[in-house]
Design a binder for this molecule. Structure first.
Ligand SMILES: Cc1cc2nc3c(=O)[nH]c(=O)nc-3n(C[C@H](O)[C@H](O)[C@H](O)COP(=O)(O)OP(=O)(O)OC[C@H]3O[C@@H](n4cnc5c(N)ncnc54)[C@H](O)[C@@H]3O)c2cc1C
Length: 557
C-alpha cells in the first residue's frame, strides 16, 4: 500500500520486515557443522543428525524455547497444608525440551553407545539443541558429566547409572526408587567462595562407617544449585581429612525427604528456564564418592565434561546469533540495497561468521579428543589444556559476538519477541560458571608450564598446521617466544591464554581443508592490529562467499 492509497484506519502496511527464522533443518543448513561432524569422525551419524535437525529447526520446537523462558520456574516451599515440599513448577515447554534432549541422548549417549564419533555426534545434537534453548541444557550437561565420575564407584554406580543413563525423563519429585529416570546436578559454590573451593564451609561426618559409598551427614549451604529439582547432586563438603565429594539425593532410601531445603530461586539475568536455587543442608544424607580429602580431584572428572559443554554451548550461541543476523540482513533493505549487500554490513557479518566457524571447529576438535581418550589415555593431556583454553576464549568471545549480531538486526534485535535478547543474556553465563575466566586462564597457564606432556600435546597439535599459512608460522614463532618467558605468568595469564587459543583455533581451521575460513581467520585474527571490534576485516577477504556459507535458506525465503 503506497502513501497515496492510505485511507482512514489504514496507517500503513508492514513492509521490509524479514519472516521469522524457523522451518529449517538445523543440520543440513549448517555447512560448518556438517563438515565438522564428518571431519571429526561422526560422518556415520548423519541420517540421525538430519532427523534431529529437522525437529530442532521446526516452529513448534523453537516455540518451546520461548515458552520455557517467558514462564520462569516458580518455587513452592510448602503445600497448602503446611508440609515442606521444596517443589519447583516449570512450564510444560521446559519438560518438553528435557524430554527431547533425553530422547536424543544428550545426557548419556556416548556412555551408552561408546564408539569413535560418539562424543562428536552428541556434541552435534547438543549444538543444535543449545540454539533452540540453552538453559535446560545445564542440568542435561550435569547429568552427562556425572557418568564418568560415578562409573568408577560401583557401590553408587550400580544403583544410579541405570536411572541416569536411560531414555526416560521423569521430572516427578519422588524417591528415585519410584522413578523411571534420574537427573543429576552439581553443587559446589558457597557464599564465601566459588572459585576458591577450599573456602567451603559445609561439614560432613560419617553416620556409621566411613569410606567410599558410605553415608555421611552434611551441614552447611550451597549458594548456586542449578537444576535444583534433580534427583541427586554431586557436592563438596569438608570432613576431618579435607574437601570430599558426595552424592546427595533429594530423597532418602527410607522414602523420606532428605534435609536438602531450597531457600529460594535465584533471580537470574540469563539462563532463565533453568531453576538455580540457594539450598540449606540441614543434616542432609550423602554418600561419599572416592576418598575423603580428595574431593576436588574426584569432582574435577565431571567438571571437565561440563567445561566441554560450555565450549560447544557457546559455539552454538554464536551460530544461532549469526544466522539470525544474516537472515535479517538478507531480508531487509536500507538505502536501496539489501543490508546483506551493503559493503560495511558484509564486513561485519563475515567477521561474525569467521568467529562462529572458528568456535565450532574448535568445539568439534575437542569432541573428537573426548572420543579418542576412551581408548588412548595420552589424549588426556591435549584435553586438559584444550578445554581450559576453549573454556576461556570461546566462552568469552560469545558475549561480544551476541551484542554485535543484535546490532545487525537493529531495534528489533533488542525486542523480547526476538531470539536475540535470550542469546545475549545467555552469552556471559558459560564464562562465569564451571571456572570463571581468570580461573581458566590461570589453569591453562599452570597446566602448560607444570606438565611437559601437556606442553608437548599442545605443541604437537600446532605443528600439524606448520607451513600451511605464513601468518600462522609467524604467529607460532611469536607465541613460542612468549611461552619461553616465565616472568609474571599469573599477571600475563589472559594474554598467554588468548594467544594459545588463537593458535589452536588457527591450526584446527588450517588442517580442516577449509581454505576460505582458515585464510580469513589468519589474516583477520593473527596479524590484524585493528581487530578490536567486528567489521574490521582486510579488503581482500571474500565476504560474500563467507556469508553465503553460513546463511540458511528457509522455506519462506
Ligand atoms: C547462572 C548460574 C548458575 C550456576 N549454577 C551453579 C551450580 O549449579 N553449581 C555450582 O556449584 N555453582 C553454580 N554457579 C556458580 C558459579 O560456578 C560461580 O559463580 C563461579 O564459580 C564463580 O564463583 P563466585 O561467584 O564465588 O566468584 P568468585 O570466586 O568470587 O570470583 C569472582 C571473580 O574473581 C576471579 N578470580 C577468582 N580467583 C582469582 C585469582 N586467583 N586471580 C584472579 N582472579 C580470580 C574469578 O575468575 C571471577 O571473575 C552458577 C553461576 C551462575 C551464574
Amino acid at each position: 500500500m503506497t502513501t497515496a492509497t492510505l485511507t482512514a484506519g489504514h496507517t500503513h502496511q508492514v513492509e521490509n520486515q524479514p519472516p521469522v527464522l524457523e522451518n529449517y533443518n538445523a543440520y543440513t543448513s549448517d555447512i560448518a557443522l556438517q563438515e565438522a561432524v564428518r571431519r571429526e569422525g561422526a560422518g556415520w551419524s548423519e541420517d540421525t543428525l538430519k532427523e534431529c535437525g529437522q525437529v530442532l529447526g521446526s516452529p513448534d520446537t523453537i516455540k518451546l524455547g520461548f515458552e520455557a523462558n517467558e514462564n520462569p520456574p516458580r518455587f513452592k516451599s510448602h503445600d497448602h497444608l503446611g508440609h515442606r515440599i521444596d517443589e519447583v513448577e516449570f512450564h510444560p515447554a521446559y519438560h518438553a525440551l528435557h524430554t527431547l534432549s533425553r530422547q536424543y541422548g544428550l545426557h548419556a549417549q556416548p556412555w551408552n553407545d561408546p564408539k569413535p564419533g560418539a562424543h562428536v555426534l552428541r556434541a552435534a545434537k547438543g549444538y543444535m539443541m543449545n540454539q533452540v534453548e540453552a538453559s535446560h541444557c545445564c542440568p542435561v550437561t550435569m547429568t552427562y558429566a556425572s557418568v564418568p565420575l560415578l562409573r568408577d564407584y560401583p557401590e553408587l554406580a550400580n544403583k544410579w547409572l541405570p536411572l541416569i543413563t536411560n531414555a526416560h525423563y521423569d521430572p516427578r519429585n519422588l524417591p528415585v526408587e519410584q522413578k523411571r529416570g534420574a537427573t543429576l546436578g552439581m553443587a559446589v559454590t558457597e557464599k564465601q567462595g566459588g572459585s576458591d573451593v577450599y573456602q567451603n564451609s559445609t561439614q560432613a561426618r560419617a553416620i556409621g562407617q566411613s569410606g567410599s559409598g558410605q553415608a555421611y551427614e552434611l551441614i552447611g549451604h550451597k549458594f548456586f544449585v542449578s537444576g535444583c529439582m534433580s534427583d541427586a547432586f554431586t557436592m563438596l563438603a569438608k570432613t576431618d581429612k579435607g574437601l570430599s565429594c558426595f552424592l546427595v539425593p533429594r530423597w532418602k532410601e527410607d522414602g523420606t525427604k532428605n534435609l536438602f531445603e531450597i531457600q529460594r530461586l535465584k533471580n537470574k539475568m540469563g539462563n532463565i528456564a533453568n531453576a538455580t536455587a540457594e539450598v540449606e543442608l540441614r543434616g542432609a544424607m550423602g554418600w561419599l564418592i572416592g576418598e575423603e580429602g580428595k574431593g576436588l580431584n574426584t569432582i574435577l572428572k565431571a567438571i571437565a565434561y561440563n567445561r566441554f559443554d560450555c565450549i560447544h554451548g557457546s559455539a552454538a550461541g554464536m551460530r544461532q546469533a549469526v544466522v539470525q543476523a544474516i537472515h535479517h540482513c538478507q531480508n531487509r533493505f536500507a538505502f536501496g540495497k539489501k543490508l546483506s549487500m551493503q559493503p560495511l554490513m558484509q564486513n561485519v557479518l563475515a567477521d561474525l561468521v569467521i568467529e562462529s566457524e572458528a568456535a565450532t571447529a574448535y568445539a568439534f576438535r575437542m569432541a573428537r579428543a573426548l572420543d579418542e581418550v576412551e581408548n588412548n589415555k595420552e589424549v588426556q593431556y591435549f584435553i586438559r589444556l584444550g578445554t581450559a583454553l576453549g573454556k576461556y576464549w570461546i566462552c568469552k568471545r560469545v558475549a561480544g559476538h551476541a551484542y554485535e549480531a543484535m546490532e545487525c538486526i537493529g531495534g528489533s534485535g533488542a525486542m523480547e519477541g526476538h531470539m536475540m535478547p535470550r542469546l545475549y543474556r545467555e552469552a556471559p553465563i558459560n564464562a562465569i560458571w564451571e571456572g570463571s575466566g581468570n580461573v581458566q586462564a590461570l589453569d591453562a597457564v599452570n597446566s602448560f608450564f607444570s606438565n611437559d606432556k601437556i606442553k608437548k600435546a599442545f605443541m604437537d597439535e600446532l605443528a600439524l598446521a606448520k607451513g600451511k599459512h605464513p601468518l600462522f608460522d609467524e604467529f607460532l614463532v611469536k607465541l613460542s617466544k612468549e611461552l619461553e618467558n616465565t616472568h609474571q605468568l599469573e599477571f600475563r595469564a589472559r594474554s598467554l591464554t588468548a594467544h594459545m587459543a588463537l593458535a589452536l583455533q588457527a591450526s584446527i581451521l588450517l588442517t580442516s581443508q577449509n581454505t576460505l575460513i582458515a585464510n580469513a581467520f589468519c589474516v583477520s585474527r593473527l596479524s590484524n592490529q585493528d581487530h578490536h571490534l567486528y567489521g574490521n576485516l582486510p579488503t581482500d577477504i571474500d565476504c560474500s562467499a563467507i556469508i553465503a556459507r553460513a546463511s540458511i535458506a528457509t522455506k519462506k525465503d
